[in-house]
Design a protein around this ligand. Structure first.
Ligand SMILES: [Fe+2]
Ligand SMILES: [Fe+2]
Length: 303
């Protein structure tokens, strides 16, 4: 039998109507800004990293850190591809598709800028060295969670995370002592600001009409993703198994100490807590509530 016959066939739904009228001018404005603010990671001069007098252990730690960042940015691309398919077959207007296409391109250049930083330090690692990370990273995003929500509610969960990673990235930008890393962080932040802005537009436009199920799911999915994935070594190291937490935490502290654009593990939870509190404030008017997250809400009880 031909291999193609044994594969599951992806159905191609009816693409029509393919709409052209702009329905959301505020989203369209973001699309135009994206065109004006395009940048090229290859144009950043990373020789300051290559020429720097850094101990080998620090270079390794920095390369590991920026490789992890690169894998995470890469995860956003597959996520975006799923959303683009939904937008196309959900017959969303042009500007929604354009924004998602921009999102994918922008996450891809964040990925590129991150692996270029790793290359300037001690080389990009194209897969995690720790078995634990290798197993857990592919599970960070669960499409079933996404599909349980309406299109815009799902997009909203993601943009809430963009807001949180923006807070962390800001701290990493402030930590960066190398011009190349600072520049990369700054340009990534500028893109993220637009992704966050998209989230605010969604909230303003769609949150009043969310079903009570969607409202509840939104808060629950946010908490689930934060605890199950992002506190597992990505945003912070708190939920890592002991040995890996020590190893990853040590390396991350080292990268932060030398100003490679990292956050010290001891500072991460406070930043996340501040970020989540701000998000809670933003979504409270829409009756969306993020359940208690013990790792950040009960910090003092844990020590
Ligand atoms: Fe990104
Ligand atoms: Fe983003």
């Amino acid at each position: 039998m031909q291999p193609s016959l044994t594969e599951e066939l992806t159905s191609v739904p009816n693409p029509y109507p393919i709409r052209s009228e702009i329905e959301y001018p505020d989203v369209w404005r973001l699309c135009e800004q994206a065109r004006d603010l395009a940048w090229n990671p290859v144009a950043i001069d990373f020789s300051d990293l290559r020429d720097a007098d850094l101990p080998a252990e620090v270079r390794e730690a920095g390369a590991e850190w920026w490789s992890l960042r690169a894998w995470m940015e890469h995860g956003a691309i597959s996520y975006g591809a799923e959303r683009l398919r939904e937008a196309i077959y959900g017959h969303q207007p042009f500007e929604i598709k354009q924004h998602i296409v921009n999102f994918i391109a922008e996450e891809l250049r964040h990925h590129e800028a991150s692996f270029l930083i790793a290359k300037g330090l001690a080389g990009y690692q194209d897969e995690p060295r720790a078995d634990y990370f290798k197993a857990v990273i592919p599970r960070f995003h669960d499409e079933r969670d996404e599909k349980a929500m309406s299109f815009f509610a799902g997009l909203a969960v993601n943009t809430l995370f963009e807001q949180l990673s923006g807070e962390l990235l800001q701290a990493r930008y402030e930590n960066a002592r190398f011009v190349s890393v600072r520049t990369a962080c700054q340009l990534i932040l500028r893109d993220e600001a637009r992704h966050i802005q998209f989230g605010r537009i969604i909230m303003r436009r769609f949150f009043d009409d969310l079903s009570s199920d969607d409202r509840r799911l939104l808060g629950e999915k946010f908490a689930k993703k934060l605890r199950g994935s992002l506190l597992n070594g990505v945003y912070a190291v708190v939920n890592l198994p002991d040995a890996e937490r020590q190893r990853a935490g040590h390396n991350r502290a080292l990268a932060a100490e030398y100003g490679l654009g990292a956050t010290h593990p001891d500072d991460e939870i406070a930043i996340i807590k501040r970020g989540v509190d701000k998000i809670r404030e933003d979504i409270a008017p829409y009756n969306v509530e993020i359940p208690t997250i013990p790792e950040i809400d009960h910090v003092s009880a844990m020590h």
